[in-house]
Design a protein around this ligand. Structure first.
Ligand code: HPA
Ligand code: ZN
Length: 338
């Protein structure tokens, strides 16, 4: 990140819209939290754990990711986790983050919902006060579990509604289509939550269509396989439905073989509203700027295209229109200076 390209990207004001807070748990913090919670680990060292981060597919990753998250027990743990992310975000000029959390990953282990949300919320307040970073929480349902579990989780969340902006859908995609979660999305919509869902990461274009038609989502997380359906591409373009694309995640989970083959170039050329994001940076080898850098190098993106991606990150956010405009105006100002 010390190259001219790296510096350019680091200095661009950016929003991050696809980030799992549990996926920011670095091995160092994981070991520290496990030690203070007296949880034994199967890995003998931080290095051995990091070396285990080689994945053949999404499920391979999820197995390690859920095991990693199992060290998180107290409000302090969730606060430390989120504050570590915000510290990174500040270093790379992320001005706004829309952050996923997976309540079921914790409540199933007996960690109260309130413990999770209280720690995350306290870190959000601290980051805004210290660095002016704004953020919103998006509560994801685990799609490998049944809808009844998601509905119970939504009930648990309602007392903390003022701290949760939206709902999402994550975990193993194949065989767990959006259609499985229509009732919970309907209820969440009635409660006024923003709606997003992971779709088309490993799953087919039909899952993207289902997320739009049956869940009424306003943004698609990943969406790579949307390109397999020309009519769907046309719809995404016409309605400017944002895709939150995660280049290093796609590489590490073998959704693509090489960044030079990443569909982001085709997505931009098709006129889609594309954003770049880090997904689970502690596991995939790079935070947001590193994702911009990797895709810029892989696809030979110009500074103008990178600026447009940063602008898109605000356009596609759930910020108020005037706040979006303020950030975009700042980027446009930079565009003249550079
Ligand atoms: N896909 C699905 N579920 C997830 C991911 C992802 O990339 N990261 C964390 N949970
Ligand atoms: Zn994700």
């Amino acid at each position: 990140m010390t190259t001219p390209l790296g510096k350019f990207i680091r200095h661009l004001p950016k929003a991050e819209l696809h980030l799992h807070i549990e996926g920011t748990l670095e091995p160092e913090l994981l070991f520290a939290i496990a030690a203070r919670n007296k949880i034994p680990l199967t890995y003998p060292s931080i290095t051995a754990l990091r070396d285990a981060y080689q994945f053949n597919d999404l499920q391979d990753f999820l197995d390690i990711y859920y095991r990693g998250a199992s060290v998180l027990l107290t409000e302090e743990d969730f606060y430390d986790l989120a504050l570590a992310y915000f510290t990174k975000a500040h270093e790379e000029n992320i001005r706004h983050a829309e952050i996923f959390f997976d309540p079921q990953t914790h409540t199933v282990r007996g960690v109260p919902f309130e413990t999770v949300i209280a720690g995350l919320h306290r870190a959000q307040v601290a980051a805004e006060k210290e660095w002016g970073i704004t953020s919103k929480l998006i509560m994801c349902f685990l799609r490998h579990l049944d809808e009844a579990d998601a509905l119970r989780t939504l009930d648990m969340a309602l007392p903390y509604k003022k701290w949760i902006a939206g709902i999402g859908l994550d975990s193993g995609e194949q065989g767990n289509p959006p259609s499985k979660f229509q009732a919970v999305y309907k209820r969440a919509a009635k409660e006024g939550f923003f709606l997003v869902a992971h779709a088309g990461e490993e799953g087919p274009a039909e899952y993207v269509t289902e997320a739009l038609d049956l869940l009424n989502v306003k943004r698609i997380d990943h969406g790579n396989h949307a390109l397999d359906d020309a009519a769907l591409v046309m719809r995404l373009r016409t309605q400017q439905i944002p895709l939150t694309v995660c280049p290093l995640s796609n590489l590490k989970l073998r959704v693509i073989a090489d960044l030079r083959e990443h569909p982001l170039r085709k997505m931009i050329d098709a006129g889609l509203l594309i954003t770049v994001n880090s997904d689970d940076p502690a596991y995939f080898g790079g935070y947001l700027s590193e994702n911009y850098c990797a895709i810029a190098e892989g696809l030979d993106l110009s500074h103008e295209e990178l600026r447009q991606l940063a602008i898109n990150s605000f356009t596609a956010s759930f910020l108020e229109e005037d706040t979006k405009k303020k950030h975009i105006t700042e980027i446009n100002g930079l565009s003249m200076a550079n």
